[in-house]
Each structure stands twice: as C-alpha cells, then as structure tokens.
Design a protein around this ligand. Structure first.
Ligand code: TNX
Length: 768
C-alpha cells in the first residue's frame, strides 16, 4: 500500500471517532433501556422550555428544570417561545412506563421528556441533569443524543434519617432530600422522635419541644456510656423543627417527588416525650431526655393502661397528619422494654380486663388501637417488625429490620413489607475497614453488599413478591453529629441502593455500576460533598471445589489489584499478584492488600487463616444452642478450617449469657497433645472473653478427663481482641474432645450493659 492510501485509510477510520466520540453517559440508577446515539443537543441561553402552561404540575416541573440550569450556567431559559431547538415536557398517556416512568429522547435539535405523571417528568429531568456538569460552569451544556425508556422496579425507594440522636438543620434535611431525589429515591422516612430528643413542634403539647428537644450536652462522652442527666443540670443540646419549617420541607420534597413518611415512635423510645410530660409513663417520675444509650432508671415507654396516653397520642397524630400528606404514618413499635407494664397496676388491670395473655398482646392492643385512629383519618400505618409480636394490626405495613424474617412472615400473611435488614441496609454500620474509619455503630455493610442486595428473598419469590414494596436504608445517628459525617455514611451506599430499588435485577451489573460511580465521585468532590472512598481491604473467602479448599480474593475498588503472601509476611508491591483462586493445602495465613495504579491503598492488611488439623471436618455437638443470629456457616463452623477474623458477622459462633460447651467426635482414637479454642472480644458489641476455657478428653464420649483449664487474661475494657486459649499436654490417646468456655456472670460494672448477659464468640477448635 502506498503512503497516500495509508493516510486516506487512517482518516476514514479515525474520522467517525473524532467526530462522534461521545462523552460517556453515567446515569445512576441504570435506566431500563438506553441507547446512545451520535451527536449532541446543546442547551444555550435562549433554548426554550416548551410545556402546557395550563397544567400546574408541568409548570412546577419546568421551574425545577429552569432553576437547576440557572444554577449551573446562569441561563434563564425562556418559556414556550417556538424556535428551532427546544426542550419539551409532555404529560400524556404512555404505555409501558407506569406512573413513575418516563421517555427521554435527545436529538441535535430537541430534548423531549414524556411521562404519564409529573413524577415521571421529574425523573426524566433528573436523568438529563446527570449528563450535565454539577456546578457552575462556563462550558457548553452538551447533552449526548440518546433515547431512554425507564421506570422503577419498586414503588418504595426509601432512605431514613434519625434526627433525634443528633439534630440536623432544616437546610441539611433539604440537602439530604435533594440527594435522594437526584437518584430517584421517592421516600424519606423522617425519624422525628426518640429517647434523646423530640424534634417536631406540636402546638397542643409545647413542652414536647421546650423540654423534650433539649438534653444535657454529653457530646464528648461515648454514646453507650454517657453520664445520665441529673436534676438541675441545664439541657442545652438539641433543636427541633417548627411546623412552618416542616411545611417548607414537605413542599421542597414534593417538588422532587419525594414523600416524607414521619415517624412518631410508640410505645417505646419515648423518653424525651416522657421528660416533657411525666404522666405518660407508668412510673410518672420526673426525668430529662436521655443523653445517650444508658437506660438505667429511665422511663422510655408510654403507659398502655392510662387512657390519657391515647388522648395524647391521637392529639399528636392529628397535628402530624395535617402537616404530612403521606399515605403512611410510621408508629415505630421497636425495642419495647415491657418490664414497666409488668409492674404497673393500670397496665395489669387492662391486661386482665381484656383477657390478654401477656405484655406482647398489650403492645399489639396499643398499636391496633392507634391504627384504627390512623385509618379513620384515611391514612395507613407502618411500623418496625416488632409489631408482629402479640398479633399484627389488620392493615399494617411492616418494616423488616431484624433481618428479613419479619418481612417474610408479614408478606405470607398478605401484608405489605418494606425491606430494611440491618445487614446490609443499616448505613450507620461500617462501610470500610473499621480501623481506618470514623466510629460507627458496628457491623459492616460495604458498597458491594448493598449493591448485591435483592429485596425479594427466595422465600417470597412468586406469589408473595407483590407484597414487597421495596427496600430502604436507615441512617441512625448515635455516632453521627455533623452534616458532613451523615453525607459520608450515606454516600456512595445510597447510590447502590437506588440502583437496587430502581433497576430490574437482570440489568444490574456491579462492574458497570462501579465504573459509572467514578463520575459521581468527581461531582461530589466538585460540590464539596463528603463521601466514603470505599473498602480498600480485600475480601478473602473460602471456596470448596471438587473436595479441595481454595481462597478467593477480591476487592471492591474500581481498578483494584490484589497482592498477597502466604508465609506470614506483610504483603507489598513485590508480593504475588492475585489472579486465580489460591489452593489451600496446609495450615496457612493469607495476607492481602489492594493496589490501585501501583499504589498500596491502605496499610491495613486483610488476613485470613486456614487450619488443617485433626478436628477439621469433624462433627460438633453443643450442650447449649448457638444463637441463630451468629451461626456462621452452620453447625460445624468450629471445625471448618477457617478462622474467625475481626469481622463480627463472619465465621464466629455466638452464644448469649450461657457457657459454650462443644463436643467433637474425631471418629477414631488419635494421639493428641494440643487443643485450642479461639475467642473474640468486642466490647462495644457486648462480646467478651469467657472467664476460662476447660479442655477435656474421653474415649467413650461419656466420661471425660480434664487435661487443662486456661484462664482469660484479656482485660475486660479491651475494645477488640482475638485470643487462642491453648492447652498443651503430654501426648495422649482420645476420640472425644469437650471444650467449655465459661460465660461471664454478666457484663462488668464499667460496661453500659452492666450485669446483663455478655456474648461469647468462638472459632475455631484446633486439635493436634
Ligand atoms: C436499632 S432499627 C434501633 C435504633 C438504633 C439502631 C442502631 C430500630 C427499629 N431500632 O433505635 O438506633 O438499632 O443501629
């Protein structure tokens, strides 16, 4: 080929790329159908917005569009001037997109957004915004040509905010709502009342805010052990929303198609209300709102046997219902300590009069009675999954937070359900390596865990699926006192939830999401919004394939590579680079780091030990049952060859308040000289070392001989520790091994849960 031909070919090949190379479209949540075409529509200062002015909803949507364009460009777009290029908003009957869906068509001469409702128009506008710069710019506003057909998978796409444990300003609440709306979330669950502060002005009960909204400032203490308020202390820390502010926020949310579901907690989590009006409790004692999580000598539950409590609740709800147009009113109902009812003459008299079996039925009586009131006001009641206990109110919607089981039970009873299980949807839990993160409530819910969540559990697929309204994440604020920290816990996990709630399951793709996310990070950065950069610690997971054990290493970070060692040394950039599962043939500890662009992302190394010993694969029998909440991989977790790490929800067997007594049958008599049991201490999660561990052996499984007892030497105030209790002894023959980890009598007196049962967490039993 001569050189001029070569040049010509080069020009032909590269020409379309130069002309038509598109800026990428990184919409989150991923639209149902999207096709990117060549070319752009350019929004200029005189680009008109065309819509039917007689339609108030379209008029609102148009001003929403115009005000954002003005913010980023300074342009004040004209309305309804017919020129060559325009942006059109059209509400008309359109098949296949439902009530919240939209069609967005961008060509070089027009942007058309079509929907059945204002909600759809707003979502079309949000998708359009995501293609534009996030902050004031002099650059051209170029929108890539494309066609989108889009609608949500679920109708409840929720995000919660606890404003009681810490108060957040009205401006921040608006910013929060704005973030929800950007990602097409449509429900804001506003947790307005709790033990540590009542946050909504109620005209009939002014003390709810003059007293209940203010607590003694203990912000320098740990939440769980903060000193309680004493009579005479001055309560200066807090705040509340006036009814005028609430109306303004409701309107702001409505403009963005966000419904605010207010939560007024009852009968528990009500210490602040009781501080304002002591007659509401059984004891009727004076108190101040709680300063933290120490419930000693505090009344936090309304008296159910007192009629004036119901009058109060109805009066409060009447004002709440006037302020919030939401179909749903959240009544709380969680974590009710019913002891005060057991000791209260009025509550017991009511129980006997109604012939109720227990205090759970008293709670159910209260919730059902208040539900009737809510229904009489043409609203619907929603509550936490404890409202199932003692009988579910007839039309209640259930918010399943203690895992999915409450939600599954409710759906099977034909009740609507919102899924919000602690794992992975509690955004007050850690999202990255706890040693490098701000203090969180505990737990671990990474971005990918949120992304991978499916709101429809296996048990409900098919017939019961229709009862799942959607998924919601909760942001409890015990440890979150600033707007920046709240944003940090929210972002980017809410974006993963938004895609889970909106995009059909088969259209979700983690790698694509992770890649699209990068441009949202850039925009957060430009806007000064704090977000978490993610979990840099690699994940190490066992994999058994054809009877062989492997370790699978992965990283959530976009572009992350993993380097690892298997010889105990700290991994560096010179260690082995991970590509395929590592075969595990002997006792080994893998250590791994994440590397991005040739840079180690954290000094904190992921570590997982695998053991090969005489107990691996053998059956374990427990004298006291292990908690179903901490059952790890099943009954033989103590002998599965995988050691528990500092991640609590993984690999550990947990037992509350009782001795852990495990017996292993080795199958045959073996020569043994060492037995050990690994235990975890995690002070803030009430997990403590046992008093001691006793090791016994036997050849018949009936009569056992003690070989050694090893005392604990980890101080009770150590926050986190993993300890192997190890017995070395002269070699002996044995077939059965019994290990007893002795429970503490109760949590120690320095602990916020003083005298209450502690947990024992154990993994693994190693026999050599
Ligand atoms: C449980 S979730 C609670 C909240 C706490 C939260 C901390 C629920 C219904 N109750 O009161 O803030 O755990 O994660």
């Amino acid at each position: 080929m001569n050189s001029s031909k070569k040049t010509l070919l080069f020009v032909l090949w590269s020409f379309p790329i130069m002309l038509f190379s598109q800026q990428p479209v990184n919409i989150i949540p991923q639209p149902v159908e999207m096709k990117i075409n060549t070319g752009y529509f350019i929004i200029e200062k005189n680009t008109p917005v065309i819509f039917n002015k007689t339609n108030a909803e379209l008029t609102h949507a148009a001003s929403f569009l115009k005000s954002h364009i003005k913010n980023i460009s300074g342009y004040i777009l004209p309305e309804n001037i017919h020129g060559k290029n325009s942006i059109q908003l059209i509400i008309k009957k359109t098949e296949g997109i439902g009530t919240e869906g939209y069609l967005l068509t961008v060509s070089p001469i027009s942007v058309d957004i079509t929907a059945n409702t204002k909600a759809g128009i707003i979502y079309g506008i949000q998708s359009l915004f995501q293609t534009l710069p996030a902050i004031r710019t002099n650059a051209a506003l170029r929108v890539p040509c494309m066609t989108i057909k889009d609608y949500p998978r679920f109708k409840w796409r929720g995000m919660h905010l606890d404003v009681s444990r810490h108060f957040f300003s009205p401006d921040f609440v608006k910013e929060y709502i704005d973030l929800l709306a950007t990602y097409k979330m449509n429900t804001f669950h506003w947790h307005l009342t709790d033990d540590q502060g009542w946050r909504i002005e109620i005209k009939k009960y002014p003390k709810l805010t003059s007293v209940g909204a203010w607590r003694v400032d203990e912000s320098n203490s740990m939440w769980g052990s903060s000193p309680q308020a004493k009579e005479g202390d001055s309560a200066t820390y807090g705040g509340y929303y006036t009814q005028e502010q609430i109306k303004d926020i409701v309107k702001y949310a409505e403009e963005r198609n966000v419904t605010i579901v207010p939560e007024i907690e009852m009968p528990g989590h009500s210490a602040a209300a009781i501080a304002a009006y002591p007659y509401l409790s059984c004891s009727q004692q004076q108190q101040l709102p709680m300063t933290g999580g120490n419930y000693r000598n505090i009344s936090s539950v309304y008296c159910v046997g007192n009629d004036s409590v119901f009058t109060y609740l109805e009066n409060v709800l009447t004002e709440v219902i006037k302020l919030f147009p939401s179909k749903y009113i959240h009544l709380g109902g969680d974590e009710v300590d019913k002891t005060s009812w057991k000791n209260c003459a009025k509550c017991q008299a009511l129980k006997n009069r109604l012939g109720l079996k227990n205090e759970d039925e008293l709670q159910s009586y209260l919730i059902k009675k208040v539900e009737r009131f809510i229904i009489s006001k043409h609203r619907k009641m929603i509550g936490w999954d404890e409202i199932l206990e003692g009988g579910l109110a007839p039309e209640a919607t259930v918010m399943s937070w203690r895992g999915e089981s409450g939600g599954i039970a409710a759906a099977k009873m034909h009740h609507d359900v919102v899924m919000t299980p602690g794992t992975p949807l509690y955004f007050d839990h850690y999202q990255a390596d706890p040693t490098t993160e701000p203090l969180a409530f505990g737990g671990f819910n990474s971005l990918k865990m949120v992304y991978d969540y499916n709101p429809v559990p296996k048990e409900l697929q098919g017939e019961y699926e229709q009862y799942i309204l959607g998924a919601q994440a909760n942001l409890w604020a015990e440890n979150i006192s600033t707007a920046e920290h709240a944003e940090y816990m929210l972002l980017p996990r809410m974006l993963a939830l938004a895609e889970t709630d909106w995009t059909p399951g088969d259209k979700k793709n983690w790698d694509s999401f992770n890649q699209r996310l990068q441009s949202h990070f850039e925009k957060f950065g430009q806007r000064g919004i704090r977000y978490c950069k993610g979990n840099f610690r690699p994940d190490i997971k066992p994999l058994v394939q054809s009877g062989k054990l492997f370790a699978v290493l992965s990283s959530e970070i976009y572009g992350g590579e993993i380097y690892f060692t298997a010889n105990g040394e700290q991994p560096t950039l010179k260690s082995s680079k991970y590509s395929t599962p590592v075969s595990i043939d002997s006792t080994v500890t893998l250590k791994a780091i994440t590397v991005v662009n040739g840079k180690m992302m954290t000094n904190n190394v992921a570590q997982q030990s695998f053991v090969m010993d005489k107990a691996v694969g053998k059956n374990v029998v427990y004298a006291n049952p292990v908690s179903s909440k901490y059952f790890a991989d099943g009954p033989n977790t103590l002998t599965d060859g995988i050691r528990g790490t500092d991640i609590i929800g993984k690999y550990w067997h947990g037992i509350e308040g009782k001795d852990l007594i495990a017996t292993i049958d080795l199958g045959d008599e073996e020569n043994i000289h060492t037995i050990s049991l690994g235990c975890l201490q995690s002070y803030r999660s009430w997990i403590m070392m046992p008093q001691y561990v006793k090791f016994e052996i036997s050849d018949d499984g009936k009569s056992f001989t003690e070989v050694k007892t090893v005392d604990n030497d980890v101080p009770s105030n150590t926050m986190t520790a993993i300890k192997d209790f190890t017995a070395n002894f002269p070699e002996q023959k044995a077939r059965y091994i019994r290990v007893t980890a002795k429970a503490l009598k109760g949590l120690t007196k320095d602990h916020p849960g003083k005298d209450l049962p502690a947990w024992i967490f154990a993994d693994e039993i190693v026999v050599e």
